[in-house]
Design a protein around this ligand. Structure first.
Ligand code: GLU
Length: 509
């Protein structure tokens, strides 16, 4: 058998915003395709029109773009298997449903909702497994129980129908999963799933298998929640005569709650204060707004890096990976079997690392936007310098403001605790003398300020603790902040003197 070209797909249904678990699925597909020199497809699975949500498809594509996950084929990027939106491929699924009926692998079913409900109640009363399967199909209204003439007349009368897969009886389906190894399921546990409906729409199962086949998908990499569908998919390949070109499967472990067990949900994010969506989402029906990583101030590459390591490990201690490095290091063999607990503190840590390794001038350009929003216009060189002084204290660009507001606005109050502890009776006199020294200091640089202050302290036997904290209070309004001389140089001589003078007048003796 010749090796198939690697072709993978991310196949979301546009039923709402993309959960970060979905982004991770897309990312692993993308990394795998790039690493193997293959193709990565985006296919929109929108056959279930009851679950269609306005704006969801655009949201999914915008999320992938933000993460730098580019698709080689998909909406907006036509390839040999266009279109890539299942609703636009509607007409091609019917023939496969018919093929399955003709070969005896599927049948028409005409049961109404009430009839299905009656069956469910009856079987439940008998404590049986209430599903449409080999044990129940014989008592239902379908082309297996009706004769040919009755079936044709039902179809011709326009009665609503579905096409169901005729699940073989008591057969062991043996499947191979790249992550989980051999998986076995007996078909007696499975029901006769609906494949196609009389409105002309396929269900997920049929459309998914048909498209994976037609689009020549070599590996299906998807979330663990699809593992229960795998036996049906494998049987469909077999029944359609496509077994020799069946893709390989890899079912990814779940993302778990930070605390306790279970799948990470939006409620966990709300409860613990972190986003579970890549971008902000404004629900068109409820009007509810959910926060997103992008709007919360995460760098896209920090977000991607964090997600990559939730379920995959490189086998080394390395934690910081660019997209290129991820491509290089990625393999499905290193994806774990068990779920990964989401750790919001680790997510923040990744952003901090990316902030630290970003060029100061790039961070400054971002911070400049925040300043401009506040009506503050400063030269970019000055902003860059400020960024360099405070960025190790913050996790996000927007937090730089809290650490640096005093550079732009003189303090309006002075931290009381520090005043009480450190502002002594002679502090005003000392500060006035320092003002005199600073006035005449030329040039006004870190070195000259350093020397002048040290000379002063030595001559007047004033301790550094006393003078430095008094100066800091005057300039910053609190006992914190970066290096005092740096602050002084950035504020400029006139502003420094003005602030000290003002502090003395306001705090007094
Ligand atoms: N449309 C399915 C979803 O929304 C795709 C599952 C698959 O990848 O087969 O997740």
């Amino acid at each position: 058998m010749t090796e198939k070209k690697v072709r993978v797909r991310f196949a979301p249904s546009p039923t709402g915003p993309l959960h970060i678990g979905g982004v991770r699925t897309a990312l692993y597909n993308y990394l795998f395709a790039r690493k193997q020199g293959g193709d990565f497809l985006l296919r929109i699975e929108d056959t279930d029109q009851n679950r269609f949500v306005q704006g969801a498809e655009e949201y999914i594509m915008e999320s992938l773009r933000w993460c730098g996950i580019q698709w080689d084929e998909g909406p907006g990027k036509d390839g040999p298997h266009a279109p890539y939106r299942q609703s636009e491929r509607k007409d091609l699924y019917r023939q496969y449903a018919m093929q399955l009926i003709d070969s005896g692998n599927a049948y028409y079913a005409f049961d109404t909702a009430e009839e299905l409900e009656t069956m469910r109640k009856r079987i439940e009363a008998e404590k049986g497994n209430a599903q449409y399967d080999a044990t129940t199909r014989g008592s239902m209204k379908n082309s297996l129980t009706l004769n040919k003439v009755e079936t044709v007349s039902m179809l011709e009368s326009g009665a609503p129908y579905v096409v169901r897969y005729k699940m073989p009886e008591n057969e062991e389906v043996v499947m191979q999963d790249i992550i989980r190894g051999t998986v076995k399921v007996n078909t007696s546990q499975l029901d006769d799933k609906v494949l196609f409906k009389s409105d002309g729409m396929p269900t997920y199962h049929l459309a998914n298998v048909v498209d994976d086949y037609l689009m020549e998908i070599s590996h299906v990499i998807r979330g663990e929640e699809w593992l229960p569908s795998l036996p049906l998919h494998v049987l469909l390949y077999r029944s359609l005569g496509w077994e020799s070109s069946m893709p390989q499967f890899a079912h990814l472990p779940l993302l778990l709650k930070p605390d306790g067990n279970g799948k990470l949900s939006k409620r966990d994010g709300d409860r613990l204060g972190f986003p579970v969506f890549p971008l902000m989402w404004n629900d068109p029906k409820s009007g509810e707004i959910s926060s997103g990583y992008r709007e919360s101030g995460y760098f896209a590459d920090a977000f991607v890096n964090m997600l990559a390591l939730l379920g995959w490990n490189p086998g080394t201690d390395q934690e910081i990976f660019s997209m290129e490095e991820l491509v290089e290091a990625f393999s499905l063999e290193r994806v774990g079997k068990s779920g990964s607990k989401f750790d919001p503190a680790k997510a923040t840590w990744f952003n901090h690392q990316y902030l630290l390794k970003s060029e100061n001038k790039d961070v400054a350009s971002l911070f400049d936007l925040i300043l401009k929003d506040r009506g503050i216009h400063e030269p970019i060189e000055k902003i860059t310098r400020i960024v360099s002084l405070v960025k190790d204290r913050v996790n996000f660009v927007h937090e730089i403001w809290e650490q640096s507001a005093f550079f732009f606005n003189a303090p309006e109050s002075y931290d009381e605790k520090t005043v009480q502890k450190k502002w002594k009776e002679d502090t005003p006199d000392i500060l006035f003398q320092v003002i005199d020294i600073l006035k005449n200091l030329e040039p006004f640089t870190i070195d000259s300020i350093d020397k002048a202050l040290h000379d002063y302290m030595e001559q007047h036997e004033v301790g550094a603790g006393k003078l430095m904290i008094a100066l800091r209070l005057s300039l910053v309004g609190a006992g914190m902040g970066p290096d005092l001389k740096e602050i002084m140089v950035l504020l400029g001589k006139e502003e420094v003197i003005g602030r000290i003078d003002r502090a003395v007048r306001i705090i007094g003796k």
